[in-house]
Design a protein around this ligand. Structure first.
Ligand code: MN
Length: 470
């Protein structure tokens, strides 16, 4: 245990380390004689949480608060004591995390309230949620020895924490949490999936290792400066979700094992793509430029799928070291205590949206309704005829598109030209569609529209209009 602590302390300045050390001593005291379900000393848990937060590169206040995060719940200490010992910032973090704990899962309603609180905490200070995510990650890691309701913990991970991590751009964390939770929520499906894919994954991994020298040779011959080349297997839960979409056709899972090329700068990303395409023919429609068009959670990378060595279809992911770090740590990679209160809000438009909802004083249920559409859905990018990009949730309709541009356009929308073809307002849009809204002078919003629109913006506007008309 001292070893883990020493490793954490080494990453901070002497005064910061002093605070962390003090928090450790305090937590050890608070949890004296307490055991986890695994029969380990309780302090192993807050220590593991602190270590995860250190891996996220969080500041010393967050790490100290991570050590103290269960001290109020599990002991007789009062928040005043923590404030006196550690100052207002750390005690704010500890208190906020403790509050999130206290609303326990009690059916849909308790869950919604808890979620609402968590989102409000995110908007206030992102560090609270990062502590909570680190806490959950360690609970999932040790779920096999947990004596309470394992399925509940696992289900919350799938329904709340993993999507939250994803929206914060923490892709790796999302994948890890889902894979821990998967066997507890869907035991049968998990077993079947493993039987179904394990040979294929092993084979693809061997293949990736086998062709690495050939790829490296080509990169070197073409003077591409790359930092490293690695093979990455897809996380099981996301693979399962994807397989459901493709009727369990493994042949079409080109990214079962992908090759990742890390290069020093953006120009090298495109150069690498060019070189790969020179030697191996790309599959049409599988080239994704998330550098020019990052995903809403900030994810950046180039993806391409090519007919590679031995005629096998292989996905490549090309990115800089910084993009790679962002893909793993997301918001935590950007978070810096030197910046002002909420510097990342600009980068994350949905965070901005959340604070708007907060200002509208929505009750928990309306908040949840909005969150379900705007927060948990995957996103697509579509275009106006002039080439402006509009970001929408998956399964959005031309009507959502019209309302995203202007509410008057939404009100008058009767159909839309999607890639030149006339489509009805209930049509499902796809990534990359070019859309031209067709309006009718006498068109007006109807109650019916609420049944198929997919964005909270359209929903709010339609409701507003119906009230005026009604
Ligand atoms: Mn905990």
């Amino acid at each position: 245990m001292q070893e883990i602590l020493a490793k954490i302390l080494a990453k901070y300045s002497p005064t910061e380390a002093e605070t962390i050390q003090k928090a450790y001593t305090f937590a050890e005291q608070a949890h004296t004689d307490q055991k986890r379900d695994s029969d380990e000393d309780y302090i192993t848990h807050p220590l593991a949480v602190a270590q995860i937060l250190t891996d996220f590169n969080m500041d010393h206040e967050t790490v100290a608060a991570g050590l103290l995060h269960d001290a109020l719940e599990e002991s007789n200490y009062k928040i005043e004591t923590i404030e006196k010992e550690f100052g207002p910032k750390i005690s704010f973090l500890v208190q906020s995390v403790t509050k999130l704990h206290r609303v326990s899962y009690s059916g849909e309603k308790g869950f919604i309230e808890n979620f609402h609180k968590m989102i409000l905490a995110t908007a206030k200070d992102i560090r609270v949620v990062l502590i909570k995510l680190a806490d959950r990650l360690h609970n999932l890691e040790t779920l096999d020895t947990f004596k309470g309701n394992k399925e509940r913990i696992a289900r919350e991970a799938l329904e709340v924490y993993a999507p939250l991590a994803s929206r914060l751009g923490m892709g790796e964390l999302k994948g890890i949490m889902e894979d821990y939770a998967f066997p507890y929520v869907y035991p049968e499906e998990y077993k079947n999936l493993l039987d179904f894919v394990k040979d294929q994954i092993a084979e693809n991994k061997k293949y990736a290792e086998r062709i690495k020298p050939a790829v490296e040779k080509i990169l070197k011959e073409n003077n591409i400066r790359y930092i490293r080349l690695s093979a990455r297997a897809k996380h099981l839960y996301s693979l399962w979700r994807k397989l459901q979409k493709y009727e369990f056709n493994l042949e079409r899972m080109y990214d079962l094992v992908a090759l990742r090329v890390i290069v020093p700068d953006i120009v090298s990303c495109y150069e690498t793509l060019g070189v790969l395409h020179k030697y191996w023919q790309p599959l049409p429609n599988r080239i994704k430029d998330y550098i020019a068009l990052p995903k809403p959670n900030g994810y950046q990378s180039l993806h391409t799928t090519v007919f590679c060595e031995e005629g096998k279809i292989t996905e490549f992911q090309i990115r800089t070291e910084e993009m790679n770090k962002n893909a793993d740590y997301g918001i935590a990679a950007h978070w810096s205590y030197k910046e002002s209160k909420n510097p990342i809000a600009k980068k994350y438009s949905w965070l901005h949206q959340l604070s708007e909802w907060q200002n509208q004083d929505l009750n928990s249920e309306d908040f949840w309704e909005n969150a379900k559409i705007d927060f948990f859905k995957d996103r697509i990018f579509v275009y106006t005829p002039r080439g402006d990009v509009i970001e929408l949730p998956e399964e959005a309709t031309p009507l959502d598109f019209a309302y995203a541009i202007h509410s008057d356009l939404g009100d008058k929308c009767i159909q839309a030209k999607v890639n030149g073809k006339i489509m009805g307002i209930t049509h499902t849009l796809n990534d990359g569609d070019i859309i031209e809204v067709v309006t009718g002078k006498n068109q007006k919003p109807s109650q019916d529209w609420l049944r198929f629109i997919k964005t909270s913006k359209a929903r709010t506007k339609i409701k507003e209009r119906l009230r005026l008309i009604g």
